[in-house]
Design a protein around this ligand. Structure first.
Ligand code: PLP
Length: 818
């Protein structure tokens, strides 16, 4: 049945927008959404064959081809609408209106997800809470989250995030919040807003009908909110707090005590303090988030005792999966924070992408509000059974009761029981998901399984990588393909996980430096085409076997591959490299005639692309040279295309080229360092997020007298008597030796700490005289979003590429996925 317009009724209980995430086709309504690089309509046919029967499609995407095919499909309902996102939003809005209980919304620049999670932990004994999964806060995330509300719930917490003007009005209509929290305004307003105030106003639209709003009055936020919001919503109660203004509705007094922070809350209208609480000793931003949560809980009459009990059990949380190297060749996905079905599904679909055969789950009992226990365990079982999992460990007695819902299940009474009898030492070469509620203390299991060789850690923020890729995709437009450069262990970040992530984001091509790197990608299950920059003559067999496409850069290698492919009767794809000025690899202009002649007699060689490399694309002073390179390249490649009679892809731009010479994006661009959030172009840099974070820990703290020397060669001294910290990172880890003697720096507790003395092989020392409250075990950041690789490279008098690729393999890589 084809129905014009928004559905008035449908059978499915699940709304799905991602064809890959559909677990239960018969019960899913698929909403085809057309994005910049993705079109959901392409999956309709496939989904029909998988069993999906209800679809919302857009007029434009519902092509005559699809319509014709659908004539033979049985029992389907297709709703044809103008705009499927708007329709999804309408459906969610109508759903929301069926519920009367409190629904609060959170917006602001930082901390939304953290606040949502903490608040739900504080409320969970009194209320059955429904909340957005992970950070589902966008134009699609919000309606999908709101759709999850059901009649078993009694409290809703939703986050809302925007990137463009006017988006918040849509989110407001869907969430219709009773009240809310505004976290803070962050420092950058993003490309789509004129200034911070414009962005603030847009965000405040979320509360235009709310009864109350909680926020921290900093940077004049109260005045701005009053000016904008009160005229449109005169009845709103502004519950703001301050540590300096005793006339604020809530005045807050903080006192640091050993290992905790004592906080008193006082209302300006009362003489007595109304809440006295001990907070965990978190960083300042987390405390700010927590105060907002406490005020919200207090607003809904949660008592001081309950809040205090909850505060003790909170942890500085991360809403994300971490993948780490374990003992016995295992890989560990540490998801010990989050323990709901959504999180489980997310982790499972992440596991599915991994090529390892042995997959194992260690799962604790789950408390999912809004579902009966029986339904819950049925659902957990169904969720897991859709994936091939060799072994499942259930921790907690409830699993026994519902054993029949699971395959290959082993049950242990509690964590202790598993640690004793679970045979941890025998687990090998497996991918292990560890997921449990706090009280099960699964970090004990994680610690047992982890390889604990070295404390220094390179964290790869995969979400930032996706952000950067999206940015470049939008910038180059839909007609230019992307080749992701993942040579040199993906610039040090680790090729296996990086290429997996990128392939999922529909990257057209990968490029590696050596054949072995390409083989490794194939063995990790990468199917996308792969170009090899430095193929060797004796490797043609391997290239062919693994479908790797060599860069052909000289007449010699061209003749060799011609001979090899003729003798072995193989058709091969090749890429021609033209040297337009680098003087490294590539055909020079006098060799082009001969090149064409050979190609025309070698029909078994298919030229997939012709390319060249810019020498100084980041240097505006070399503009005329770069433009000459581009011009020469076009002439030479045109000539080749004409004379071989077909048109290979042309590409010349690298990351910097894309930003400075967009007219040379041609058929494809080769994106490398830009993916990691690094750009010498300040306007571009603003839109990118730093992907890599290198951190280590303080191993010892010493007091040093003015006349004493520090480190090898007695090169370090403090100006005054002070304190130094020894850190677990040295030049053998990739922390350059020339960053010693005060040139280099770390961030400790958010403060810059300069190196003192020479950097040692495995350690270095920094001056921490100006820091209070530092202790052994505290983190020291070598680079991160706050301390950029570009800055460090500058200090080390090198380039970001070298800093990144120098990080030693002994530094463990941890991948974060939101
Ligand atoms: C490494 C490399 C790139 C990528 O350069 P970035 O500056 O990292 O974007 C592009 N083309 C070739 C041939 C390369 O070797």
């Amino acid at each position: 049945m084809i129905i014009q317009g928004k559905p008035k009724f449908f059978n499915s209980k699940i709304l799905a927008i991602d064809s890959r995430q559909i677990q239960n086709p018969a019960d899913s309504l698929f909403i085809a959404i057309k994005g910049i690089n993705h079109d959901g309509h392409q999956y309709i046919e496939e989904l029909y064959h998988k069993g999906v029967r209800e679809f919302i499609v857009e007029q434009e995407g519902w092509t005559s081809d699809l319509q014709e095919k659908s004539n033979n499909w049985e029992r389907i309902s297709v709703f044809v609408v103008k705009n499927s996102i708007q329709t999804l939003q309408e459906i969610a809005k109508e759903h929301r209106e069926k519920f009367q209980f409190p629904i609060v919304a959170i917006t602001g620049s930082n901390g939304k997800t953290t606040i949502k999670e903490w608040l739900s932990q504080i409320l969970e004994d009194q209320y059955s809470v429904v909340k957005s999964p992970k950070s589902f806060n966008s134009q699609v995330g919000v309606p999908l989250s709101v759709w999850k509300i059901n009649h078993n719930h009694s409290f809703g917490i939703f986050e809302a995030g925007i990137s463009k003007p006017n988006e918040m009005n849509f989110l407001e209509r869907i969430i219709q919040p009773t009240g809310g929290i505004f976290t803070n305004l962050g420092s950058s307003h993003g490309a789509n807003f004129q200034n911070d105030f414009e962005k603030l106003k847009e965000k405040l639209n979320l509360f235009k009908k709310a009864h109350f709003l909680i926020f921290h009055d900093t940077n004049g936020l109260k005045n701005k909110i009053t000016d904008y919001l009160v005229p449109i919503n005169p009845n709103i109660q502004l519950i703001y707090w301050s540590e300096t203004d005793i006339n604020a509705p809530i005045f807050i007094y903080k006192k640091h005590q050993k290992g905790k922070i004592h906080i008193r809350f006082k209302k300006s209208t009362q003489s007595e303090v109304f809440l006295k609480l001990d907070f965990p000793d978190f960083d300042e931003a987390s405390i700010e988030n927590l105060i907002n949560c406490v005020l919200m809980a207090n607003h809904y009459a949660i008592t001081q005792d309950v809040i205090q009990r909850k505060l003790i059990h909170l942890r500085s949380i991360s809403m994300r999966l971490e993948m780490k190297d374990g003992i016995n060749g295992n890989k560990i996905i540490d998801d010990t924070y989050n323990n709901d079905i959504e999180g489980l599904q997310f982790a499972l679909s992440f596991m599915k992408e991994n090529h390892r055969k042995n997959k194992m789950i260690i799962l604790s009992e789950m408390i999912e509000t809004g579902l009966l226990e029986e339904e819950l365990y049925q659902k957990i079982g169904q969720t897991i059974n859709q994936y091939s999992i060799e072994k499942m460990i259930g921790i907690g007695k409830t699993f026994e009761k519902y054993q029949t819902n699971f395959k290959n299940l082993e049950v242990y009474k509690n964590t202790e029981d598993f640690l004793e009898k679970g045979g941890i030492k025998e687990i090998r070469d497996s991918l292990i998901l560890i997921k449990g509620a706090r009280k099960y203390q699964f970090e004990r299991i994680v610690n047992r399984l982890l390889k604990k060789t070295h404390q220094t850690e390179l964290i790869i923020h995969l979400n930032s990588l996706k952000n950067n890729l999206d940015y470049f995709k939008e910038k180059i437009g839909p007609n230019t393909k992307i080749m992701a450069m993942v040579k040199a262990f993906a610039y040090g970040a680790g090729s296996e996980q990086l290429t997996k992530t990128l392939e999922k984001q529909a990257i057209d091509y990968f490029a590696v430096a050596y054949t072995d790197e390409g083989i490794e990608l194939r063995e990790n299950g990468i199917y996308a085409p792969i170009m090899v920059l430095n193929p060797q003559i004796h490797e043609f067999d391997k290239l062919a076997e693994y479908q790797l496409e060599p860069e052909i850069y000289s007449l010699e290698i061209l003749k060799e591959i011609d001979e090899y492919s003729t003798q072995n009767n193989k058709n091969l794809k090749i890429h021609l490299k033209i040297d337009t000025g680098m003087k490294r690899l590539g055909f020079e202009s006098h060799e082009i005639e001969e090149l064409i002649k050979i190609l025309n007699q070698a029909p078994q060689l298919w030229v997939a692309s012709i390319f060249s490399h810019l020498v100084a694309s980041e240097d505006i002073n070399q503009k005329s040279f770069t433009e000459k390179q581009i011009k020469d390249f076009k002439e030479i490649s045109d000539k080749i295309s004409q004379q071989i009679g077909y048109k290979p892809f042309l590409h010349i731009n690298n990351s910097a080229g894309i930003t400075y010479y967009p007219e040379a994006n041609l058929d494809m661009v080769r994106l490398g360092i830009g993916l990691f959030g690094i750009s010498s172009n300040p306007t571009i840099k603003k839109n990118l997020e730093e992907v890599l974070e290198l951190k280590t820990y303080i191993t010892q703290i010493k007091t040093v007298e003015k006349e004493e020397t520090i480190g090898y060669g007695r090169k370090g001294k403090l100006k005054e008597k002070g304190k130094i910290a020894t850190l677990g990172i040295g030049y053998a880890d990739g922390f350059k030796r020339n960053l010693g003697l005060g040139k280099g720096q770390f961030l400790i507790k958010g403060k810059i700490c300069k190196t003192v003395g020479n950097i040692c092989m495995d350690m270095c020392m920094v001056d921490i005289s100006h820091l209070k409250d530092v202790k052994v075990g505290d983190q020291a950041i070598a680079f991160s979003k706050e301390l950029s690789i570009q800055k460090i490279a500058g200090l080390a008098e090198t380039i970001p590429y070298e800093i990144m690729t120098s990080i030693s393999p002994r530094v463990k890589r941890t991948y974060l996925i939101d």
